[in-house]
Every structure is written in structure tokens, then in C-alpha cells.
Design a binder for this molecule. Structure first.
Ligand code: ADP
Ligand code: MG
Length: 309
């Protein structure tokens, strides 16, 4: 809503105090000045493109990442506006920065403009060459961003390597707040009863069984993300590809997952058995079946700080 208000204020000279200088609002991007450079990636909900924003046409433009919504069944423009509003309200060094948005004529289609994070997603970035200290540093930074998000009472609900962006070899940022929900003060979880695809391989057991999303279910997803980081996002070890249901009922992945998660997680831990013991322990704690027994992000930051190589 705020986003739309901001845009209409600029468009409607009657209510805009700055009608002679419409470009003064740095959050409004005009479509005609956005020039596509290349595709950056896509997820289930959106496509992200690298663009040059150059209102002056004099070579002083800036590179921005532009996210547009794909046409997905059941996806409402309301949830899209929410995603934009959430990102806009966040300000942390480990969270991708909101820059503004862009509407088409009539104010219908809104694109989200973010800072361009040059090295792409963690899933595409990590390889065998990345050492353990760097992996742990990234893991800790994800925890810092998540701790901030939880302080603001948001549950992310889609924490995974594909949604973490790499700025440089020393800095990662959480991106993609498409499934993020606000948890009101005094409550501890958000209950979802929605059909449609979900990142089930990152879902805590109570999410699958009861549709309950809490700060602790984000910690579970962080455990899976940590597993991805430790395996350097090797596609052969990926949670999604490792346990795809080859012949079974694909419409009931959640059910299958609920039944076999103990087996799956012991496999993850086995794969990681050659990794640093302290890190493996952290992963295991994130997957405690009792959400109340999982560490918080604040505690996780402490554990990572204590790790000595
Ligand atoms: P979806 O909601 O569809 O999952 P994402 O926001 O996760 O979309 O973006 C999809 C992909 O685009 C990411 O996995 C990443 O590779 C790339 N991407 C997203 N945002 C940026 C950005 N700000 N800078 C660079 N690449 C990005
Ligand atoms: Mg994504």
C-alpha cells in the first residue's frame, strides 16, 4: 500500500508538493530509463534482471537488480506489494537493500528495484575451492541478518542457499522475502493453510505436519542451508535432488517427507561426518524435533564466533 501511495503521490500533481521535480523521489524508477543488461536468475515466483538505470542518458547510470513477478497461479498482487513493503522496512548489512519500484502506465505492474549483488546466489557461487573458514563466516552473517529479521518479528519461511546473495568473498546478504510473514507480538507462530508449491525440503517437521511457521522453523531451514554451504551446494548432494520422489505421488511430497525425514537428516549428517565436529553439532541442534529446543539465531552467532580453526 505504501508503495502505491508513494507512486500516486508523484503522479498526481494535486497532492504532490514537488510536482515540478517528479524525479526527486529516489524510490520512483521510470520504466523508460531502465535498460536491460542481462538476466540474473529466477525462482518460482519471480525473475530478476540486471538493468542500467539512467535517467540522464549521459553515462552516469547505475546498475540495479529488477525483480518482476511471474504469472503464477494463486499469486496475488497483494502478496507482491507485501514483499516490497517488507523489504523496504529492512535495513541491515546482511540483507539485500531496497531501492525503489517501478510501475507501468496506470500503476498496475510494479517491479521491485534492489541493489545489484554482483556474485549472484550462494548456490551458484560456492564450489570446492571455498574453504571452511569462509563458509563459517557466511553462515554467521546469515545468522546476523536473520537475527535482525526476527527482532522485527518477521519469519522468513524460505531461507535456502538460493536465496542468499554474495556481494564479495567476505559478504553475503539474505534476499527474497516473498514468503516472509509478520508474527504479531505475543504470538509465536504463523499458521498457513495454503496449497501450492512450498520449499518442503527446507521445512521443519511442524511446518509439514501442522502448517506452523515460527522463528524456530527458520532455524531449521538455516540448518538445511548450513548443510548446503558445507557441501558447497554440490547439486548431487542438494536436499531437493537427493531425495526426489522418483515414482511416488508427486502431489504429496509433504506427506512423504514427514514420513522419511529422520532417515533424510541422518543421511545429511553422515554426508557431513568428515566436516568439523562443532559445525555438525550446530546443524543437528537446528533439526531438533522440538522447536523450543532449537537454538536462536543469537545463540547461533555465539556458537560460530567460538569456532576456532
Ligand atoms: P523468487 O522469489 O522467484 O525465488 P528471488 O528473489 O529468489 O526470486 O530471485 C531469483 C534469483 O535471482 C536468485 O536466486 C538470484 O540468483 C538472483 N537474484 C535475485 N536478487 C538478486 C540481486 N539483488 N542481485 C543479483 N542477483 C539476484
Ligand atoms: Mg528465491
Amino acid at each position: 500500500r505504501t508503495v502505491l501511495r508513494e507512486l500516486t503521490e508523484i503522479k498526481n500533481p494535486d497532492i504532490s508538493p514537488i510536482e515540478t521535480l517528479p524525479d526527486v523521489n529516489p524510490n520512483v524508477f521510470h520504466k523508460r530509463h531502465l535498460k536491460k543488461i542481462r538476466d540474473l536468475g529466477e525462482g518460482y515466483f519471480g525473475t530478476v534482471t540486471l538493468c542500467l538505470y539512467e535517467p540522464t542518458n549521459d553515462g552516469t547510470g547505475e546498475q540495479v537488480a529488477v525483480k518482476a513477478l511471474k504469472e503464477v497461479k494463486g499469486q496475488t498482487s497483494e502478496s507482491w506489494i507485501k514483499e516490497i513493503d517488507i523489504l523496504k522496512s529492512l535495513d541491515h548489512s546482511n540483507i539485500v537493500k531496497y531501492k525503489g519500484c517501478c510501475t507501468e502506465m496506470g500503476g498496475q505492474v510494479v517491479q521491485l528495484i534492489m541493489e545489484y549483488v554482483p556474485l549472484g546466489s550462494l548456490r551458484d557461487y560456492l564450489t570446492k575451492r571455498n574453504g571452511l573458514p569462509q563458509c563459517i563466516m557466511f553462515a554467521q552473517q546469515i545468522c546476523e541478518g536473520m537475527e535482525y529479521l526476527h527482532q522485527k518479528r518477521f519469519v522468513h519461511r524460505d531461507l535456502a542457499a538460493r536465496n542468499v546473495l554474495v556481494e564479495n568473498e567476505n559478504l553475503v546478504k539474505i534476499g527474497d522475502f516473498g514468503l516472509t510473514k509478520y508474527i504479531p507480538e505475543g504470538e509465536i507462530y504463523y499458521r498457513v493453510r495454503e496449497d501450492g508449491v512450498s520449499p518442503v525440503y527446507w521445512y521443519a517437521i511442524e511446518c509439514l505436519r501442522e502448517g506452523k511457521f515460527s522463528f524456530s522453523s527458520d532455524v531449521w531451514a538455516f540448518g538445511v542451508t548450513l548443510y548446503e554451504i558445507l557441501t558447497r551446494c554440490d547439486p548431487r548432494q542438494s536436499p531437493r535432488d537427493k531425495f526426489v520422489i522418483k515414482n511416488g505421488d508427486k502431489t504429496n511430497v509433504g506427506n512423504h517427507w514427514t514420513k522419511s525425514y529422520r532417515f533424510i537428516f541422518s543421511t545429511y549428517l553422515m554426508i557431513c561426518k568428515y566436516f568439523y565436529q562443532q559445525v555438525k553439532m550446530v546443524m543437528e541442534q537446528c533439526w531438533n524435533a522440538d522447536p523450543a529446543k532449537r537454538p536462536t539465531f543469537e545463540q547461533l552467532i555465539g556458537r560460530f564466533k567460538d569456532i576456532r580453526f
